[in-house]
Design a binder for this molecule. Sequence first.
Ligand SMILES: [Zn+2]
Length: 230
Amino acid sequence: MGKGTVINLHTHTIFSDGIFDIETIVSEGARKGLTHIAITDHFETTKVCSLSKRDFKRYLATIETIKEKYEGTITVLAGVEIDANPDRCDLSSIPTEMLNSLDLVLFEYVNDFLNGGADIETIGNFISELIVPCGLAHPDFEIAFVGIHPDDLARLLSQYNFFIEINTAKPYKRNGVAFYERAEDLIAKLKGKVRFSIGTDVHRTLSEVYNVSPAYNFARKIGIEEDLLF
Ligand SMILES: [Zn+2]
């Protein structure tokens, strides 16, 4: 908001496990004053109903059509969310060119042993071929980065050029407190060293499209607004 932008870079549609079509999400974002919205459906995972390689072209074309229609009102970005759990998603089967035709790629459960996620080095090596921004979706900081010094974490994230998502969705809380709030001290130490995004993980509730305020309040509180994407 400091830069006049209001972003939500994490939403799901009927192309994976969401219930709204792309235009419904985008028009709601525009109506509520978001400046940037990313469509980031689950891709090639057995975890949930997911976008497949077969449908990828149609997915991208649909986003492109909506992007053009809303040009000047809201910036629409094309992304996907990839599951870092190798039992559910075979990274080697995902063509790099496909991902490079997107605007961003999210990876969930990186370094998250509770969810069987591969480590950050494995995912980092995979994304070395990617030219689009890549981020860690809804990281469970206390699990994923336990025992890592903030400076080392900042180095690791910048080595692979990962941004970190501040995700406001209900599942990403412990004892009612969001993962990012629980990691406030750590995130404050990454200030100026790492890029951050904001996402609400819309699936089934349209009001989630604009549930970015808690993340913006947090970003303002610890002074990382300048480190936000867009
Ligand atoms: Zn998601």
